[in-house]
Design a protein around this ligand. Structure first.
Ligand SMILES: [Fe+2]
Ligand SMILES: [Fe+2]
Length: 330
């Protein structure tokens, strides 16, 4: 985004304070919009692209804390930096501000240089966050675009993601881990971008040689994501989702406990989705048929037996919940 087009919203019930703040930042070249109440401020924020908010604390009706909370509780607006401006210097007020999610604080009377420096640095952080968000979106779009043209794998990553999260919940993993699993499973096959499309879309069983090319996708996926900071927690899933408990998997031949838990979960969800999806050379299998294969293979050492049973209990628990999550039980 162009620096000149960035818009700062000044919120204060006292118009004189607005004038002072506006004067202090007038040489920076930002667009400035103003609101004299918390309600008007939120109307602006929900309807216009605002890049930063200078927010008075003490206002009638909706005070600054409440406005800040509402900005930070909404996905679409939570990345907008909020600087709370106040005549109060109390530690307690600052704590309230931090709890409301404020990014910075300024006390009246303002120091012009301090105000300008804080605005510039918060806008810089916002720009970096937006760039990061765009990179994330590109990577996720690539992962789904990869499947979009193939009727046999269309929606595969999303279904694997939904199933993996359900397993993670059932075995008691934290919300943070559930989020990592959710995102990692969307990217688990991203390395297929580096594999020849004619092999990926081949309508029939693969030759040995083709299979060994396909087996490179976890390592390619890791390479794609290795320079992306946000993707670091997902790399164990991307690299290890084809390992086997008995050590006969790839790419590293890890065994049992050596395989990261997240990767073991995604591996089971991945297998379930593959069996219950149609392939050019076979029809989709039912849930029961799939579990009889997966269970047998798990006993032989292919997948983690407890995770297989967790998935079984999830899939047999009830269809309604899954259909609402976009999973079709066959
Ligand atoms: Fe894979
Ligand atoms: Fe997969």
């Amino acid at each position: 985004m162009d620096r000149e087009t960035e818009t700062i919203l000044i919120v204060d019930d006292n118009p004189q304070n607005i004038v002072i703040l506006e004067m202090h930042i007038s040489n920076l070249g930002y667009n400035v919009v103003k609101a004299q109440s918390g309600k008007k401020a939120l109307n602006y924020i929900y309807s216009e692209p605002i890049d930063l908010v200078l927010l008075d604390v003490m206002m009638p009706e909706l005070d600054g804390y409440e406005v800040c909370k509402r900005i930070k509780n909404k996905d679409e607006t939570r990345f907008i930096p909020v600087i709370m401006v106040s005549a109060l210097k109390d530690v307690e007020d600052r704590i309230k501000g931090i709890e409301a999610g404020a990014d910075d604080f300024l006390s009246k009377p303002y120091n012009k240089i301090e105000l300008q420096t804080r605005i510039k640095s918060l806008l810089k952080v916002k720009r970096l966050n937006e760039e990061l968000e765009q990179t994330r979106n590109v990577i996720y779009s690539l992962a789904t675009a990869l499947e979009a043209n193939d009727p046999y794998t269309h929606g595969h990553s999303n279904r694997v993601s939904n199933l993996s999260v359900e397993i993670a919940k059932l075995i008691g993993l934290s919300k943070k881990e559930q989020k990592t699993i959710k995102e990692a499973s969307i990217l688990h096959d991203i390395g297929k971008i580096g594999i020849n499309v004619s092999i990926i879309h081949k309508p029939g069983p693969l030759t040995q040689e083709e299979y060994s090319v396909i087996k490179e996708h976890p390592v390619i996926g890791e390479k794609i994501c290795s320079h992306l900071k946000f993707a670091q927690p997902m790399i164990p899933v991307i690299r290890h989702h084809h390992e086997r408990i008995d050590g006969k998997g790839y790419p590293d031949g890890l065994k049992g406990e050596e395989i990261p838990l997240h990767a073991k979960i995604v591996a089971v969800a991945d297998a379930y989705d593959a069996f219950t999806s149609k392939r050019p050379y076979r029809k989709e299998l039912s849930s029961e048929e799939t579990f009889s294969i997966i269970r047998e293979e798990a006993i032989k050492g292919r997948w983690d037996r407890d995770i297989v049973e967790s998935l079984y209990s999830i899939v047999t628990k009830g269809f309604g919940e899954f259909e609402s999550a976009g999973i079709t039980i066959k």
